[in-house]
Design a protein around this ligand. Structure first.
Ligand code: G3H
Ligand code: 13P
Ligand code: NA
Ligand code: ZN
Length: 328
C-alpha cells in the first residue's frame, strides 16, 4: 500500500534502523526492489529522479509503481520524487500521485548554481505548504554534495556544480540545519558530509577527514522532529568493479561509502539512505558477464534476468545491513 514517507521514517526512528531509498527507472529495477523487500519483510522507498521520469515517461513511472503496489499489497511503499529542482517539479510529482517529494534547494533551478540560504528556505517552505495539505512528505537539502578530497561539487552524473567549493558549503552546519528546519517545517533533511553522487566518490577507502560521519551526531542532536537523509550512499563494491572490468568494462579505481560507515550513520540518526549507483553496477556486471559468456544469445530477457537478479541481491543485502528485516 502507498504510505507517506513520514510514516516510514517515524517507524525507522522509533526502532533504530535505516531505509535504503532505491532509484528506479524501469520494470526490472522496480521488480528487483520489490522482490528483495518481500524476501526480508522490509518497507520500500522507490524514488524517481527527473532523469527517470524523462527516461521512462511520466505515465510509465506512475504505472510501474502502481503495478508494484498491486502486486505486493502487503508491503508499505513510498513513491518519492528524488532531487526536485523547483516547486513546479515537485507539484508535477504530486499531481502524478507521489507520496513524497524532495525539494533540492541547495542549488538553483538550473541545477548548477549554488543557491543562497534564503533561496533554499523560500522554495522549500513553498513546497512544504503545498505538500502538507495533501499529506505528502517533504525532503530538503542543506549543504552541497561534493568531494572533500578535491573540493569539487558532484558534477559527474550531470547533477551539481563544477565550481570549487569551500568546506562551509561541503559540510552541513548543525546550527543552520536547526534554523532551516524551524523555518521550513520539512520532514526530512539531506545533509552534506563528503559524499557525492555516482561511482567516483573517493580515491581511497574514506577516513574521517574525507567522510564526516561524526558530524551527523551534532546535526541530529538539534533536530528532534526531522529525519536525516544521506545521498550519494552507494558503497561501490570492489567485486562488482572487478567483474565489469573482467568482461570488457573500463572503470577506473574508485571507492564508495563503506557499509560500516552507513551503519554508524544510522546509529547517529540517518533514516533514509539513497542508493542508485550500486544497482547500476550490479546490473551492468551481471549483463556483461552473461553476454560475454553467451555470445550467441540475443533475447533481451535472457540478459535482463541475471541483471535483475543481481539488483535484487544487492537490495536484499542493503535491507539486511541497514536493519530493515521484518520491519514492514
Ligand atoms: O540524484 C542522483 C541519482 O543517482 C539519479 O540519477 O538523474 O541519472 O537518474 P539520474
Ligand atoms: P549514489 O550515486 O551513491 O547511488 O547516490 C544516489 C542518490 O543520492 C540519489 O539521490
Ligand atoms: Na544537491
Ligand atoms: Zn541524491
Amino acid at each position: 500500500a502507498l504510505v507517506s514517507m513520514r510514516e516510514l521514517l517515524d517507524h525507522a526512528a522509533v526502532n533504530g534502523y535505516g531505509i535504503p531509498a532505491f532509484n528506479v527507472n524501469n520494470l526490472e529495477q522496480v521488480q528487483a526492489v520489490m522482490e528483495a523487500a518481500k524476501e526480508v519483510g522490509a518497507p520500500v522507498i522507490l524514488q524517481a529522479s527527473a532523469g527517470a521520469r524523462k527516461y521512462a515517461g511520466e505515465a510509465f513511472i506512475k504505472h510501474l509503481i502502481a503495478a508494484a503496489i498491486e502486486t505486493y499489497p502487503q508491503i508499505p511503499l513510498v513513491m518519492h520524487q528524488d532531487h526536485g529542482q523547483s516547486p513546479d517539479v515537485c507539484q508535477g510529482a504530486m499531481n502524478l500521485g507521489f507520496s513524497s517529494v524532495m525539494m533540492d534547494g541547495s542549488l538553483e533551478a538550473d541545477g548548477k548554481t549554488i543557491a543562497s540560504y534564503d533561496y533554499n528556505v523560500d522554495v522549500t517552505r513553498k513546497v512544504v505548504d503545498m505538500a502538507h495539505k495533501l499529506g505528502v512528505t517533504v525532503e530538503g537539502e542543506l549543504g552541497c554534495l561534493g568531494s572533500l578530497e578535491t573540493m569539487q561539487g558532484d558534477k559527474e552524473d550531470g547533477h551539481g556544480t563544477d565550481s570549487v567549493m569551500t568546506m562551509d558549503q561541503l559540510l552541513t552546519d548543525p546550527e543552520q540545519a536547526a534554523d532551516f528546519v524551524k523555518r521550513t517545517q520539512l520532514d526530512a533533511l539531506a545533509i552534506a558530509i563528503g559524499t557525492s553522487h555516482g561511482a567516483y566518490k573517493f580515491t581511497r577507502k574514506p577516513t574521517g577527514d574525507i567522510l564526516a560521519i561524526e558530524r551527523i551526531k551534532e546535526i541530529n542532536r538539534r533536530l528532534p522532529n526531522t529525519h536525516l537523509v544521506m545521498h550519494g550512499s552507494s558503497s561501490v563494491p570492489q567485486d562488482l568493479l572487478a567483474i565489469i572490468n573482467q568482461y570488457g568494462g573500463q572503470m577506473k579505481e574508485t571507492y564508495g561509502v563503506p557499509v560500516e560507515e552507513i551503519q554508524k550513520a544510522i546509529q547517529f540518526g540517518v533514516r533514509k539512505i539513497n542508493i542508485d549507483t550500486d544497482i547500476r553496477l550490479a546490473m551492468t556486471a551481471a549483463a556483461r558477464k552473461f553476454l560475454a559468456e553467451n555470445p550467441d544469445k540475443f533475447d533481451a530477457r535472457e540478459w535482463l534476468k541475471p541483471a535483475r537478479a543481481a539488483a535484487q541481491a544487492l537490495c536484499k543485502q542493503r535491507y539486511i545491513e541497514f536493519g530493515c528485516e521484518g520491519q514492514a
